[in-house]
Ligand binder design. Structure first.
Ligand code: DGP
Length: 112
């Protein structure tokens, strides 16, 4: 998607502080961190949101979730971490390329 900011990060067209990368997945620091550690994990392929997923995405999504423990450990988040996926305007999504927020370090505000 030519106008997608996260696709531009994948393509190296705009800079990002990249923490991890493999063939399918990219992880980089959120430009507007809401916690000491605030990363975004995205699929390299353009998927709009969680609402667009079907069975063809099962392996990719499984890979993303199973990367989380290693990623969190690498960030020193042994005490725990929070993952958030905002979905659609009603879910507070601002960038319409699927991403998982990984937050942790210090006190996180109570949620729910
Ligand atoms: P969401 O509300 O879930 O769509 O969160 C989008 C997040 O993306 C928000 O926390 C800020 C972050 N973000 C937006 N544009 C950029 C960017 O150009 N670079 C980086 N690193 N993060 C961005």
């Amino acid at each position: 998607m030519s106008d997608c900011i996260f696709c531009k990060i994948v393509a190296g067209e705009i800079p990002a502080d990249i923490v991890y990368e493999n063939e399918q997945v990219l992880v980089f620091k959120d430009v507007n961190p809401r916690a000491k550690i605030h990363l975004l994990m995205i699929p390299k392929q353009h998927i709009v949101s969680l609402a667009e997923l079907d069975e063809s995405h099962a392996a990719l999504m499984g890979q993303m979730m199973t990367l989380m423990p290693t990623l969190a450990q690498g960030q020193g988040l042994e005490a725990g971490f929070r993952t958030i996926v905002n979905t659609g305007k009603g879910g507070g999504q601002e960038v319409f390329h699927l991403h998982i927020h990984l937050l942790g370090g210090g006190e996180l505000p109570a949620f729910g």
